[in-house]
Design a protein around this ligand. Sequence first.
Ligand code: FMN
Length: 327
Amino acid sequence: MPDISTKYMGLNLKNPLVVSSSSLTQKLEGVKKCADAGAGAVVLKSLFEEQIEAETKVIEDGSDMLVHPEAIDYVRQMGMRIGPNEYIDLIEGAKKEVDIPIIASLNCITDRWWLDYAKEIERAGADAVELNIAIMPRSRGVTPGDIEKRYIRIVHNIRSSIELPIAVKIGPYFTVLPDIAGRLREAGADAIVLFNRFYQLDIDIENLKLKPGYRFSNPQEIYTPLRWMALLYDKVGCDLAASTGVHDGAGVIKMILAGADAVQVCSTLYLNGLEQISVMLEELGRWMDKRGFSSLSDFRGAMSKAESSQPEYYERLQYIKALVGIE
Ligand SMILES: Cc1cc2nc3c(=O)[nH]c(=O)nc-3n(C[C@H](O)[C@H](O)[C@H](O)COP(=O)(O)O)c2cc1C
């Protein structure tokens, strides 16, 4: 078996497969199952900013005393300590029970909540933090620059409060991804995760109600993160992890060829069970053996734009029959 270990944000992973943040990693039992199934690391389910806001709101709404904004701030801070204690327990439990890196995940919309809490995560023994930043651009008066500044501020502030490695998980909806990726790196990101796949909204046409869309990705969704992995490899100055659409060993191989330091998986584990981790790793090992690769660094980024003799091919957006054979 070739050496499939990798380094991700300075962490030593025995293999590049990371179970991404989801209900699979919400409880200690789930984390243990992922470790037993052979994962290289896990990202815990995100702790959501709204969870904390919701808890503090109950206290605010129920008390006449708390009309003063400073008092509300105080209660909010208390709320931060009360609410997410279970999350700290999860980190501590996971560190005791499994021997793979544990990456905590914070969902950030503002930069208000997390500074003290990030320190607690560090104290609890997490190996790294992933910031799941997602801001819905819903108002006309807010510019892309305003929203991007918020991303940068969140990363910068958390960076200045902890020493832990920080990954930033973003969605694909930026006008100039290389620019925001570079600025996230400058703000202190040790890795960028390409990409989150957000909750999907659907409409029930019988009952005229909103309903959740299908939760899981399909293998064709690999194309967007694959292209961006290949474009950003060696250009950002930090590690890159893949997420979305990796369902099998071939997907893992493609992502590493494009430049991934680690490959996160989620939907395929829901659909095929945690055994899929070893199926994917075996496929990776067999492929490496066949090609004579003894470690991941033998081929990481080999199909990236940086290593290509035809870099323009990675930027092609339109179908042109003469070039791609189909219209
Ligand atoms: C049920 C479910 C829950 C998820 N919860 C989170 C979460 O709390 N935080 C997060 O960053 N991503 C969350 N995700 C997104 C996944 O981590 C992953 O980025 C996404 O599903 C794309 O990867 P995949 O194609 O391997 O599924 C969730 C996905 C699913 C299906």
